[in-house]
Design a protein around this ligand. Structure first.
Ligand code: ADP
Ligand code: MG
Length: 601
């Protein structure tokens, strides 16, 4: 007789030994404990063959160190509540629990599964490592506003239905910029629940796609030459008693509370630019950031004209006396209603943009868990609010007038940290120069960015807020660096393998078959070209093998080597192969083309 007690659900003890540990523990002390996270709803996951009761859990080692992403996220939410409460108390505000909220937008590709399975790069790495540019890409900009193809729409709707069953409030569906690219977004929820729901949404996107003969690609840059996929993390803080603390209201300059919380964000992002950049660093996202389709690797804040004007005034005088009103925009068609004009336009080029009543962190990659970026945002925000509360309390001791005390504090913060604000074109060359002048960090690659996780200022802020210890941070930095090396290792192995066993043989076979017509003008010319490129390809493969052979004893040195030497060598192989794809007869070329992958649906 077997009995099942409820206790088993609350805490369990799975083996943690096959979990990456980053030096947190050795295999002989491999105990891990799960603990029920009661703040996120448990759910029943239905499949054709049965149903599973799923309980959102935190996962910690027997020493109590966080092994997961949920524990730090929960700790960071508690930190936000504590610090925001301190500030609100100084405002004399009654409030309940202050929570961080998140609405993550997910971009993805849907590719026909039969073609997908003919591409070892796609089914092994989730992104293409070869592929000549098709005659048509995204230059017509006809995909974004086009009709959603029937088969895709059927797949999207079924995914949404499955999401609703699990309580995931999907709100938005649309085409994205690249051919075969789409987006789904929910209504925002408490950051922790939004995170769990986001993970489930990715699972469901993949599962449902296969039923419709698609494969869902979540990689950041599945295809060169067309846009990659991101995950926009919309983030705000607020609570039932006080509403959204990042909501400006109708007259921002009167809204001291809003300006206070906004200034805290500005300070946090300026002080911890590197950490934010590190929270979105991965081998996949490196191909997207700074590629003129996604924000650059330089972190800055976009505020929009109206808010920027207010901030400039506070900087000058400590108070703002006027603010540009949104005004109204008529469309010139009598039958349409007058639309309120947003006081700030959108700026797609900014990694961190104020969008009316929330900030949108756009540098996050499509395959990421939002827990990392959210944990960083909450932690640095909490720390900034704590500091602001300290300063405000001190100013109030000297100056009993609340408004002038607050003004002096905000003026000081904005003067010190205003350099992080940039409202122009983040893609432009001038911004790169200007950002350097301002002393902003430009961490282009993952190996440049990851060390920020263990920088002194990062360890201090995480420890002060009780979110992650030095050891927990070091283990994460180590694991992410190792993952980067593994990703490039796998990709480079595959590049060499595909080039040697599929592409070079195809090119040589074609060249051999052209031999009988070598004496003709066209045959001779073509054969010469094919042979020339095949030689180039062969040399590039040798160079890649040489670069791949180097092993460094230190993970960080290996990551640098992968980035500086292996990646460029992979690109050389690709360049020769893509050039061959353009001239080798179609029946010889063994991989489905970009054209087929992106346009057959
Ligand atoms: P867009 O593509 O224009 O940015 P979407 O509707 O696709 O807009 O996505 C916006 C996301 O931001 C949605 O998930 C939405 O729920 C979320 N959001 C809206 N308000 C807030 C808020 N106060 N805090 C966090 N997220 C929010
Ligand atoms: Mg959107």
């Amino acid at each position: 007789l077997a009995q099942f007690s409820g206790k088993a659900l609350i805490q369990a003890e799975p083996d943690a030994s096959s979990f990456p540990n980053g030096g947190l523990r050795s295999t002989f002390e491999a105990r891990g404990y799960t603990a029920w996270d009661v703040t996120s709803p448990a759910y029943i996951f239905d499949t054709e063959n049965g149903s599973t009761l799923c309980i959102p859990t935190a996962f910690v080692s027997w020493k109590g160190e966080a092994l997961d992403k949920k524990t730090p996220l929960l700790r960071s939410m508690a930190a936000v509540n504590k610090a925001a409460s301190r500030v609100l108390a100084l405002f004399g505000k009654k409030h309940g629990y202050i929570s961080a909220s998140c609405g993550p937008e997910q971009e993805y590709f849907l590719i026909d599964s039969r073609l997908f399975h003919l591409r070892p790069d796609l089914y092994t790495c989730g992104r293409s490592l070869f592929g000549a540019k098709p005659a048509k890409g995204q230059e017509f900009e006809d995909q974004y506003f086009g009709t959603i193809p029937d088969r895709v729409l059927a797949c999207m709707m079924e995914t949404e239905r499955e999401c609703f069953k699990l309580g995931i409030p999907i709100k938005t569906r649309h085409n994205e910029v690249a051919p075969a690219q789409y987006e789904v977004a929910p209504i925002y929820e408490s950051a922790n629940v939004a995170h769990d729901h986001q993970m489930l949404t990715m699972t469901l996107l993949r599962r449902v796609a296969t039923k419709h003969g698609f494969v869902c690609l979540l990689a950041e840059k599945p295809f060169a030459g067309v846009n990659g996929s991101g995950k926009h993390v919309n983030w705000s803080i607020g609570g039932a008693g006080v509403g959204n603390l990042l909501e400006p209201g109708h007259n921002p300059h009167e809204n001291a509370q809003f300006l206070t919380f906004c200034s805290a964000v500005i300070r946090a992002v300026d002080l911890h630019q590197g950490l934010l950049r590190a929270s979105v660093a991965s081998a996949g996202n490196d191909h997207r950031l700074g590629a003129n389709e996604a924000p650059p690797a330089i972190i800055s804040i976009y505020l929009g004209d109206m808010l920027n004007e207010v901030i400039e005034q506070v900087k000058k005088s400590g108070s703002a006396s006027s603010s540009r009103k949104g005004g109204h925009m008529t469309l010139g068609v009598d039958t349409l209603p007058v639309l309120p004009k947003d006081a700030g336009d959108r700026n797609r080029t900014s990694p961190f943009a104020f969008t009316g009543n929330k900030f949108e962190f756009r540098a996050v990659g499509s395959a990421f868990s939002v827990a990392g970026p959210l944990t960083v945002l909450n932690t640095i925000m909490a720390d900034s609010l704590d500091k602001l509360a300290d300063e405000l309390a001190a100013a109030l001791k000297k100056n009993s007038d609340f408004n002038s005390a607050l003004q002096s504090v905000l003026k000081d913060i904005l003067t010190k940290h205003g350099r992080i604000i940039f409202n122009g074109n983040g893609y432009s060359e001038e911004w790169h120069k200007e950002a350097a002048k301002r002393g902003l960090k430009n961490l282009r690659t993952t190996p440049d960015a990851l060390p920020e996780i263990v920088a002194k200022s990062s360890i201090e802020v995480f420890e002060r807020q009780g979110v992650l210890s030095k050891a927990e941070l070091e283990s994460r930095e180590e694991i992410y660096t190792h993952s980067y090396v593994l990703a490039i290792n796998t990709e480079s192995k595959l590049v060499a393998e595909i080039a040697k066993t599929l592409l070079l043989p195809a090119a040589l076979k074609y060249a051999a078959d052209l031999t009988p017509v070598e004496k003709t003008k066209s045959g001779g010319k073509l054969r010469k070209e094919v042979v020339g490129l095949a030689d180039e390809l062969s040399a590039a493969i040798d160079a890649l093998d040489t670069a791949r052979d180097v092993t460094k004893s230190d993970t960080h040195a290996q990551a640098k080597h992968s980035c500086d030497k292996v990646l460029p060598a992979m690109l050389k192989v690709r360049a020769a192969a893509d050039a061959l794809e353009e001239i080798v007869a179609d029946e010889y070329w063994p991989l489905p083309s970009y054209q087929e992958l992106l346009f057959l649906r």
